[in-house]
Ligand binder design. Structure first.
Ligand code: ADE
Length: 227
């Protein structure tokens, strides 16, 4: 999979060199490129934003600069993901869909976001016809300082679903038993007793059928409690 992220803070993406994602790049499973939006400016101050038409607080990111940055990335088959708290809520199902795509392009806005004409421009039929799809995505109902952290969250959730990225593919197979795609039951490891707390007897029984039933019940209880 090819992943591009456009940002005014490339340093935010340093953690992508670590752990499974770092290894996946070494293995050639993922080609991740971070692009500095300011490198596409041509004025002395490297301006990327201006005041909003219609007034109001904050600044809006300039469409020209975003156009310069995105044009070379959106030639054919690509999903442009614009990070915004006003976007569609990111989910495990969405992560699974994106993990099957060839090329993801993350547009990380700051301030009051990116001029909406950027979304409008790349949503035109000529882009759709060449395989470019535009998505506005939010990672949750809270406002971050910008889209970088949201892009990191999405990149991590998506790339671990790509075959070969996880060290132990069984983890994925187990997760997929759950319709939401994640494990919800509580887990225990050594020692068998810690600070007076033991491990549920059933997990020591070796009875895999009963263990599976117990885990399912615990998952349901936990899900209910955490709604
Ligand atoms: N930018 C600012 N807040 C965000 C959020 N919750 N999700 C995605 N992008 C954002």
């Amino acid at each position: 999979m090819k992943i591009d992220a456009v940002t005014i803070f490339p340093e935010y993406f340093a953690p992508t060199q670590l752990s499974l994602l770092g290894k996946a790049q070494d293995k050639g499973l993922i080609d991740l490129q971070i692009h500095d939006l300011r490198s596409f400016t041509s004025d002395n101050h490297n301006t990327v934003d201006d005041t909003p038409y219609g007034g109001g607080a904050g600044m809006v990111m300039l469409p020209e600069i975003w156009g310069e940055a995105l044009d070379p990335l959106l030639i054919s088959d690509a999903d442009l993901i614009i990070l915004t708290p006003a976007g569609r809520r990111f989910s495990q199902a969405m992560a699974a869909d994106f993990s099957k795509r060839e090329h993801l392009v993350f547009a990380c806005g700051r301030y009051e976001g990116i001029d909406d004409r950027v979304r409008q421009f790349y949503s035109q039929p000529q882009f759709a016809n060449s395989g470019v799809r535009v998505h506005e995505v939010s990672i949750g109902d809270y406002v971050l300082g910008g889209g970088e952290v949201a892009a990191l969250v999405m990149i991590e959730a998506i790339t671990r679903l790509i075959p070969g990225v996880l060290g132990n593919p069984e983890s994925l197979a187990e997760e997929s038993h759950n319709s939401d795609g994640y494990l919800e039951y509580p887990n225990f490891t050594k020692p068998q007793e810690w600070r007076g707390f033991g491990v549920p007897e059933i997990l020591l029984s070796g009875n895999h059928g009963e263990i599976a039933k117990w885990r399912e019940l615990q998952a349901q209880k936990r899900a209910k409690k955490n709604i």
